[in-house]
Design a protein around this ligand. Structure first.
Ligand SMILES: *[C@@H]1O[C@H](CO)[C@@H](O)[C@H](O)[C@H]1NC(C)=O
Length: 518
């Protein structure tokens, strides 16, 4: 008995030695971003680490290793009308405005790092961290945290790798075959697309450098200057810190996106947010599934699309259309509708993973958020995507391109369009076959993405910033990468030779002509 106690004590003390203190920053006040942040939290706590979690959705968790830093003030920036369904119906919103996006993200960054709760830890010189993990959403100012706490920085990139993030740890991706995160082009590009991609990179780089980086730098000085000063150090230049991350963990995987060529310091961990233990269905849902013979269609538009925004006629049309199907439809909706057809069930809350994991679920009708498309591949269910906002258009188009999805647009004829898509997917087996094939690729990894997450975070801490993973491309200016200096040298050489030849030739001709006249 005593030996056993002693052993546990030794083991416990060992794990204490191994435990690190990690600062986790997920500042964007969006549900899906919080799910991604919570995923990190779950894995890091399970691995025995101490986590200080900066989040706009603080929960009352009593975990002894967790400290929550409340930035719920960020929520004020995302007022209701940001995603205005009516405006989308009438195609009045400019979803592609880069200016709006930068502006919003600068504001979120600003609010986060000047927040009193964040300032409290930043200005506390006794506060120590072994690593900082930040979800990148333009706020590169966050890299200052690594200067303050003198510890390695790990970026988390939310979407498929794109040039704006790879340039922080390596270099821009080649626009000839890598799409910008908003264009939605899928390689191989046409000539026009290739030019468009090049233009976007050049234009946005200049735009960012001229209007965005100076603002970030100002904030960097204001927020982190005093914090570094009280620790008796001086603040390194923003440029040096911005490009000094040790690692980037990406919410991506080849099964979900494309086989992008990536640096050693980028590790794809797409799917880590999905809990490997799927809970059994609750009793009421289980009964519905047990009684179903033809299959279940699960319809959920996520948290963006509120039922009150949907026109009444449309809800009626949808119900009527669902009523004509032989399948059972589970509609996640926050309002109970009258005159429900026999085969339609409205559920206010849905255990999405448990529903998708069930073999009787034959189709998922979704808004196409990144997490939902990841979950469909994880569980191998084909989708109909109805994109509403932001990256959802690209996610759905990519799924259509991969061959396991149909896209239906939000419009007043949606019931008919949706019916046609449902008929196509349920009658043509190629959609289900494709998603099963991708699911196999997705799961066929040496370790699960969650374990990989923990491994690489610990690797960075153990190796004091993993300098061996650092890309040499970071030290080479762009004109040297394109050998423009060599081109200039060759050009100068050619010009010099031409001048010399001209001199020689001219003097020769003058000599010969002199001879002639003699
Ligand atoms: C860059 O990161 C490494 C590893 O974390 C650290 O040792 C170094 O001081 C950092 N440099 C700057 C300028 O922040």
């Amino acid at each position: 008995m005593q030996v056993k106690l002693l052993l546990t004590a030794i083991l416990a003390s060992l794990s204490v030695i191994d435990a690190s203190s990690i600062l986790l920053v997920f500042a964007l006040p969006g549900k899906s971003h919080a799910i991604l942040g919570d995923g990190f939290l779950r894995w890091l706590l399970a691995a025995g680490h101490q986590v200080t979690y900066i989040t706009p959705f603080p929960k009352n968790s009593m975990h002894p290793n967790l400290t929550v830093v409340d930035v719920s003030r960020n929520l004020e920036l995302f007022h209701e009308n940001l995603i205005n369904i009516k405006a989308i119906f009438e195609k009045k919103v400019d979803m592609d405005s880069m200016d709006n996006l930068f502006h919003l993200m600068t504001n979120v960054g600003n609010r986060t790092f000047t927040n009193d709760n964040v300032q409290k830890i930043v200005m506390d010189s006794s506060q120590k961290f072994d690593a900082v993990i930040v979800e990148w959403l333009f706020w590169e100012v966050a890299s200052g945290l690594s200067a303050v706490f003198d510890c390695p920085l790990i970026w988390f990139s939310t979407v498929e790798p794109h040039w704006m993030v790879t340039k922080l740890i390596d270099e821009n991706l080649n626009p000839a075959y890598n799409p910008d995160f908003k264009t939605g082009n899928i390689p191989p590009f046409t000539f026009t697309q290739r030019v468009q991609e090049l233009w976007k990179q050049i234009y946005r780089s200049v735009y960012l450098d001229l209007f965005f980086v100076p603002k970030e730098e100002e904030l960097y000085q204001a927020v982190f200057g005093p914090a570094v000063a009280i620790r008796g150090k001086s603040l390194p230049s923003f440029h040096d810190v911005r490009f000094n991350a040790s690692l980037m963990l990406g919410n991506s995987h080849v099964s979900l996106g494309q086989a992008t060529r990536l640096p050693q310091s980028y590790k794809p961990i797409g799917g880590y947010h999905i809990d490997p233990d799927v809970k059994p269905l609750p009793e009421d849902l289980k009964k519905i599934f047990d009684n179903e013979k033809h299959g279940i269609i699960y319809f959920s538009m996520g948290s963006n699309l509120k039922s009150k925004d949907l026109p009444e006629k449309l809800k009626k049309d949808l119900l009527k259309m669902f009523g004509t199907l032989k399948y059972t439809v589970l509609w996640k909706f926050e309002e109970i509708l009258p005159d429900l057809p026999r085969n339609v069930h409205i559920i206010k809350w849905a255990p999405q993973p448990s529903i998708l994991a069930h073999p009787k679920t034959i189709l998922f009708v979704t808004h196409g958020g990144l997490l939902s498309t990841t979950e469909t591949i994880h569980f191998g269910v084909p989708i109909i995507g109805i994109p509403v906002f932001a990256d959802q258009f690209n996610n759905v188009d990519r799924a259509v391109n991969k061959g396991f999805a149909k896209r239906v647009d939000l419009s007043y004829t949606i019931a008919d369009d949706l019916k046609a898509a449902i008929v196509e997917i349920t009658s043509n087996p190629r959609y289900a076959a494709k998603v099963k094939e991708l699911s196999l690729i997705y799961h066929d990894r040496p370790v699960s993405p969650g374990k990989e997450l923990v491994h690489w975070v610990e690797h960075v801490i153990k190796t004091k910033g993993a300098p061996h993973l650092r890309s040499p491309a970071l030290y080479v200016p762009w004109y040297q990468k394109m050998y423009l200096d060599l081109a200039a040298l060759i050009l100068a050489g050619l010009i010099a030779i031409k001048i010399v030849l001209k001199r020689l030739f001219c003097s020769k001709t003058s000599i010969t002509s002199e001879k002639k006249y003699n």
